[in-house]
Design a protein around this ligand. Structure first.
Ligand code: ZN
Length: 67
């Protein structure tokens, strides 16, 4: 494993966020990325704030609610 960076894709109903270069440990063999706790926490905070603010302005079709 080497210290590097990896992209994070957040895909929710009608909400998509991409973070290009989040610090991570990357596997030499398969390129799999592993994030440390601090980064995981911050990614979760990004998801939470996007969800909160997007809910105020992003329209979701009725059929998609409660899924
Ligand atoms: Zn691997």
């Amino acid at each position: 494993m080497a210290r590097g960076a990896a992209p994070v894709h957040i895909d929710r109903e009608a909400r998509h966020v991409t973070l290009d270069r989040v610090p991570a440990w990357v596997c030499y063999q398969c390129d799999e990325a592993y994030f440390e706790e601090g980064e995981v926490k911050k990614i979760q905070e990004v998801i939470q704030s996007v969800e909160k603010k997007a809910a105020e302005i992003v329209s979701i079709p009725p059929y998609a609610i409660n899924r």
